[in-house]
Design a protein around this ligand. Structure first.
Ligand SMILES: Nc1ncnc2[nH]cnc12
Ligand SMILES: [Zn+2]
Length: 333
């Protein structure tokens, strides 16, 4: 199964590029930029990655970003990830980035996007890996700040495939960002949002009704509300589920206890994603393998999941057709 899952053309719809920062690169960039880290060794870093919930992860995740200062740092971050992803059969990546986490440290949008854009171009030409860009707003920061970031991103609006909403969910409902997402819609930028990761089902309703999102990131809590499940099924709203993330952040007790089989049985459009692979024990292949081991899923299920991701990607029709061709070859139909 490992061989098959590696060959399967995998499309990743839910990835935070800052969450791909592996400890080795963290140390390299810290030294290059003269940043003091609270870790003496790589073992120390992994020991710190013992999370009790989303917030305990976010504290460490934002601290790690302090080493990202110049365009070449963002380039190295993304290029390192694209190489690893390509090696495990990922063909397209839709990456969130968190501008506010950088702007607040004096690192501007132009610095971030110069590095990320160069890496995206190189990934396309050297690895045949396509990508999309999702500018995420930090929901635990004021909505006015998010609006400012959106307006200041005007020179880059045409390279943004979507805006997103992430960071600490509880106590930060989507409705707080109604105006910001309304403005994004007016500009013509598609919208996605994290909802129902740790937070209540009401946040999923709000993301749909008030933010008019086309995808729900995570959304695993929807099963608590049969009417919501029926709505998501009827609308065909995709959920970008991140199983290893959910285990590591204690959203679920174990892979065996993960509700993915119920989500599929309910007829929902599910995709498998890695969220923050450097922090949660692996990328797309590790997440797919963990599902095989926990649920006994066989090839046909994984082909369906891969197809769901292609169908719901911010990707042109020509690229979609290319990836479907690859998928059919691997699936043998
Ligand atoms: N799993 C997650 N949930 C919310 N915000 C995030 N930012 C990075 N990873 C996240
Ligand atoms: Zn996420």
């Amino acid at each position: 199964m490992h061989e098959f899952l590696k060959r399967l053309p995998k499309v990743e719809l839910h990835l935070h590029i800052e969450g791909t920062l592996e400890p080795e690169l963290l140390f390299t960039l810290a030294e290059r930029n003269g940043v003091m880290l609270p870790y003496a060794s790589i073992e120390d870093v992994y020991a710190a990655y013992d999370f009790s919930d989303l917030q305990s992860f976010l504290d460490i995740y934002y601290q790690g970003m302090s080493v990202l200062q110049k365009p070449e740092d963002f380039y190295a971050l993304a290029m390192d990830y694209f190489r690893r992803a390509s090696d495990e059969g990922v063909v397209h990546v839709e990456m969130h980035f968190d501008p506010q986490a950088h702007i607040s440290r004096g690192v501007g949008l132009s610095t971030i996007l110069e590095g990320l854009s160069l890496a995206r171009q190189e990934a396309e030409s050297e690895l045949g890996l396509s990508s999309a860009l999702i500018m995420a707003f930090l929901r635990d920061r004021p909505a006015a700040e998010a609006m400012q970031v959106l307006e200041s991103a005007k020179p880059y609006w045409d390279i943004l495939d979507a805006v997103g909403l992430d960071s600490a969910e509880k106590g930060n409902p989507p409705e707080k960002f109604s105006e910001v997402f309304g403005r994004a819609k007016q500009i013509g930028i598609p919208r996605v949002a994290h909802a129902g990761e740790e937070g209540p089902v009401d946040y999923i309703y709000q993301a749909l009704d008030l933010l008019d999102v086309c995808r729900i990131d995570h959304g695993v809590q929807c099963l608590q509300d049969p009417a919501l499940v029926e709505r998501l099924r009827h609308q065909g709203t995709v959920l970008t589920v991140c199983p290893l993330s959910n285990v590591r952040l204690k959203v679920v007790e174990s892979m065996q206890a993960h509700p993915l089989p119920q989500l599929l049985d309910a007829g929902l459009v599910v995709t498998i994603n890695s969220d923050d692979p450097a922090y949660f024990g692996g990328g797309m292949l590790a997440n797919f393998m963990a599902c095989h081991q926990a649920f006994g899923w066989q090839e046909a299920v994984f082909c369906k999941l891969a197809a769901n991701a292609i169908d719901n990607a911010f990707m042109g029709e020509v690229r979609k057709a290319q990836l479907y061709k690859q998928l059919k070859k691997v699936a043998g139909y």
